[in-house]
Design a protein around this ligand. Sequence first.
Ligand code: FAD
Length: 453
Amino acid sequence: MTSYDYDLFVIGAGSGGVRAARTAAATGAKVAVAEDRYLGGTCVNVGCVPKKLYSYAAHFHEAFEDSAGFGWSLSEPPRFDWATLRDNKIEEIKRLNGIYGRLLDGAGVDLINGRAKVVDAHAVEVNGKRLTAEKILVAVGGWPWVPEFEGNELTVNSNQVFDLDAFPQRFLVLGGGYIAVEFASILNGLGADTHLVYRGPLFLRGFDEEVRNFTRDEMAKKGVNLHFEVNIEKIRQVETGLEVTLTDGKTLEVDAVLAATGRRPHLEGLGLEALGVETLDSGALKVNERFETSVPSILALGDVIGGAELTPVALAEAMQLVAHHYGDEAPKPMEYENIATAVFCHPNIGTVGLSEEEARERYSSVRIYSADFRPMKHTLSGSDERCLMKLVVDDASDRVVGVHMVGEEAGEIVQGLAIAVKAGLTKADFDATVGIHPTAAEEFVTMRSVTRH
Ligand code: FAD
């Protein structure tokens, strides 16, 4: 029998890699993980965590304004200090990096700081050293991608935007995905004059149409300047900032441009091409339900295999992968339906299940329950922010197949409702649930009139 240095060699200590390494080690496997940048990967360092911290920071803006109607007055106008937020964020992330290091150490996983390259089906090279493993797990995640245009080197990507030296008082985001929409809300909330430029007719493609329209209107009300069906033609450095020329001929002068134009699998220089590891058209690695690539000893999970590129998905895939390869019996295949998600634009979006459009394609008849209202808090705050709640129901089975919300803490609310959708509960079950009063969320169990069929 061949003996290897490791049973499992993980490349990338991000969300999926760390979970797979720890869980595999707990079964008795000898595991190493190589990481060349930061422990915890994208989510901890330049993704979910810093973004949510910045989103909290941005919400204070409204909280100060809303408080006046409740009797509060501030002795001085509130001022925002970017360096305090950025540096406190840096400290918190250092703390989390330490936790990840200790978790790996405690699990008995060897951590190797360095960039790994796969050299054959059972060997990797890190820091000039060749190490062998029965299985190699590629958990390298994705990397921001910026399209070609004149001056694109003057943009920052989502890795860089968190640590800008100075706060951009005038800010432009290019892109229409959730990261673009979130950063537009964050910078706008922190006080920047903010523009979002997107080449399509409306951002957040793939989300429920009513949710997208509602979000557009709410973001515009909050002051984000939205430019749809237009792109950046060129960017030029001028004395007072960056001059951005749009394809419709308009020019805007800003202090920073964030290119939130997508992410690609981080496969450059990894050596997989030479081994003939197959990819999908998107460039993501192709895997079977055991997370094996076309070279069966090379496994892959997380953002590098595409699909729903979210931390909880990478974590779930890691647990599945370990159950398949180190467990006693094969688990049921991973289910990718009904994955709840949030967009931390302002107001937040929370969503699970099918959009109205998807449900209409899948079922012969649907019922839509939709409520658009002014939350109680804003009766005194004076804010004109509205809230949207929506249920999509398959008429034949009465099952709730989609839940959508745009409003304060939508992610927190929809997480609970995701259990109901996952469990296949019906509209009658929702109706039989007694609400919590007074909350905004009670609307989800009190919507009785069908908005449309
Ligand atoms: P990653 O976490 O990206 O980890 C990959 C690791 O591999 C990295 O640490 C990298 O340095 C390392 N690596 C790469 N190549 C090598 C190599 N050759 N050798 C050694 N190490 C290597 N998801 C959510 O669920 N909620 C959110 O709110 C959310 N917000 C996000 C906001 C932003 C701005 C971004 C960019 C992403 C966000 N995500 C969010 C997505 C989430 O971060 C990813 O889905 C998740 O991190 C994927 O985990 P992963 O293990 O596949 O890869």
